[in-house]
Structure formats: C-alpha cells, structure tokens
Design a protein around this ligand. Sequence first.
Ligand SMILES: CC(C)(COP(=O)(O)OP(=O)(O)OC[C@H]1O[C@@H](n2cnc3c(N)ncnc32)[C@H](O)[C@@H]1OP(=O)(O)O)[C@@H](O)C(=O)NCCC(=O)NCCS
Length: 347
Amino acid sequence: MTIRPGEEPPLVQFERVDPDDERAYGSWFSVLSRSELFRNRGGEEGWRVEEWRTRARDTGAATYSQLFRLTTAGDAVVAGALEVTRDDNLEWIRGELFVDPAERRRGFGSLFLSHLEDTARALGRRSLLFWVVEAHHEVGHGPSRHFAPRHGYDNVEESVRRDIAWPRPVRASSSLHQHASADASSYRVVAWRAPTDEARLGERAQLFSVMPLEVPDAGFGYEAERWDPERVAGHERRADAMGRDLFVAQAYHEGSGEVVGFSELTVSRERPAVAYQWDTLVTRPHRGHGLGALMKLANMDQLDASRYPTKTIVTYNAANNAAMIAVNDALGARVNGGIVTWRKVLN
Ligand SMILES: CC(C)(COP(=O)(O)OP(=O)(O)OC[C@H]1O[C@@H](n2cnc3c(N)ncnc32)[C@H](O)[C@@H]1OP(=O)(O)O)[C@@H](O)C(=O)NCCC(=O)NCCS
C-alpha cells in the first residue's frame, strides 16, 4: 500500500472470512501462503488450500477455525484465525496472524492483533496464545520476537522441529526396534490406517482426553480435553477431508489389556514429500519401555508400505520433553527450526 500526497488513505477493514466465499477465502489463503513461502525462503510450501478450508467449515466440531482478514481498499494484507474450542479449554484461545511479507512494518499486524484480541474477549476467553513457526535460519530471531513482546505477550514455551530423512536406512531402524522391543516384552503395539475400527475409538478417546495433562507442563493451564468416540471419528474424518492419510499406532499392556499409548503420523496424499508426526503419548506408569519408539516405528512401517515419495518426516517437541527428543534422536532426527509460544492475559 503506497499512499501518495493528497490521497485519502484506503479503507482498512477487519472481517470474518467465509471459507466458501471463493474470492475472500482465496485472498486469505494467498496471504498465508506468501507468508509461509517467505519464511521458508521459497523452500517448503506450507498448508494446502483445502486444509484450512476444511478446518473452518467444520463449525459444529469440538474445535474449528474462525478465519479473519484485514483488507485495504479491498485487498487482503493480513490473514489470521482463532481456533474455537466448544467443550474444553475455554479460558484461553489459540490465534494465528500472518502479514503479507510485502506489507510488513506498516502497522497492519498491530491493528489486526487488536481486533483479534477483541474477538477473543467477545468469545469469553481470558488469554490469547500464538504458536509461531520459525524456519531454521530464523530460530530465536523471527519477527514475532520483536512484535509479540511489544504487544504484551510473554514467551511461555520453546519447541524444536526435528526432521527425519526418509526413506531411512533399514539397518538403523531395525537395531532401534530390537533395542526397544527387548524393553517392551510385556507390551503389544498394534498399528492401522484411519478410520479406526469402532471397537477402538473409545480407547483413542481416553488417550486424547489425558494428552494435555501428560505432556510436560508449560504452565499455561491446559486442562483435560473432552473426547468421546464421535470426536475421535470426527478428527479422523477431518484429516481425510484435508487430503491426509493418518497412520495410528497404539500400545497395550499384555497382562491387563490396558491401552497405554498412541502415536499418529500423517501424510498429504497430494503433497506427500513431507510427512508429519502428530501426537505421541505413553501414559506415565508405562514410560521407560521404549514404547514411544516402537509406536513411531510401527507408523513408519505403514508409511513405507504406502509407497509415497516422502523425503522428510517432521516432528515438533517442547524443548523440555527429553524423553521424546531422545526417541527422535535415536531415529536420526536433525534440528531444523522451531516454534515459539506467546501468551497474553487479556484485560
Ligand atoms: C510479526 C508480524 C505479525 C508483524 O507484522 P507487522 O505488520 O510488520 O507489524 P507492525 O508493523 O504492526 O509492527 C509493530 C511493531 O512490532 C515491531 N516489529 C514488527 N516486526 C519487526 C521486525 N521484523 N523487526 C523488529 N521489530 C519488529 C516493531 O516494534 C514494530 O513497530 P515499528 O515498525 O514502528 O518499529 C509479521 O512479521 C508476520 O506476519 N510474521 C510472520 C508470522 C508471525 O510471526 N506472526 C506473529 C504472531 S504473534
């Protein structure tokens, strides 16, 4: 935006974006894409167009995204979102904010943020959090490091991205498998591709419910989530609608039959070069038996069998999650960027 002397500044508007309004959603998504490409120096594309649309359409779901944009004279210059939870974690809300790289340092980010904070307040939320991805070359000094503290945000967590080169040498994984299996003789790992059989949906719901309480606590008040079989099925349907295959592994204690952990790995059918490790959990009493590694390996076997031309598996861990980092290091992971989490208590 360039305003010439004597010209009226163009109208600046903050508005909700309807994911089914092609023009509005298209302009929202192109700001997001340009921002991700800029961050990654053109190297790695981010989200696919259908993925955010799917998340925004699903307004009856336990979580869905409300999309917002800031326009000047009708052109989108900022794209952002709020992730609305329906049943749990109602004290806080997650936000997203991306300023078009060509439009930065003109105050648009600050203006958008104040509208987003108002919207979060109107939804009854007491704090707003951002998980901001930093590419390898900007870890520790991405633009949010200046912008967020200036607007009263505290850094509450640092996470590290690790990449596992794929396909991986078979020998490395089989020695890890042997090592972990020896420790896990009283456990059984079962893996499948979503959708999950009805009989196992309840077990998945039980594990998802406790997940926020079982990860290392960053101190910003995660509470248990309310998952039931229908919410798990919805989560899997959404991944499918986003164009993703979802591989699931679960661990069981042989003696009691109790389900003690799960891990998810996902790959986009249309853009399979990068696969993502999603959540992994081993419940506290069953840690230290190599189950995290075994479940991840079971999903990697599924990825291998699917024959996608995947080159990298990306995984994120909180910097203080030593156990998961050790598993990823044993899988040959290399640090390649991070995520910084910002939080502000809204007055
Ligand atoms: C961070 C981001 C949102 C800033 O947007 P923006 O429109 O450039 O921000 P503003 O122009 O409102 O900047 C407000 C102030 O923040 C600080 N700031 C913003 N970007 C900065 C940078 N790259 N370096 C130093 N300070 C910066 C400055 O103090 C700036 O005021 P000034 O320009 O008068 O010095 C934008 O760079 C972006 O989209 N980055 C990628 C995604 C992201 O990091 N989102 C942040 C979520 S918290």
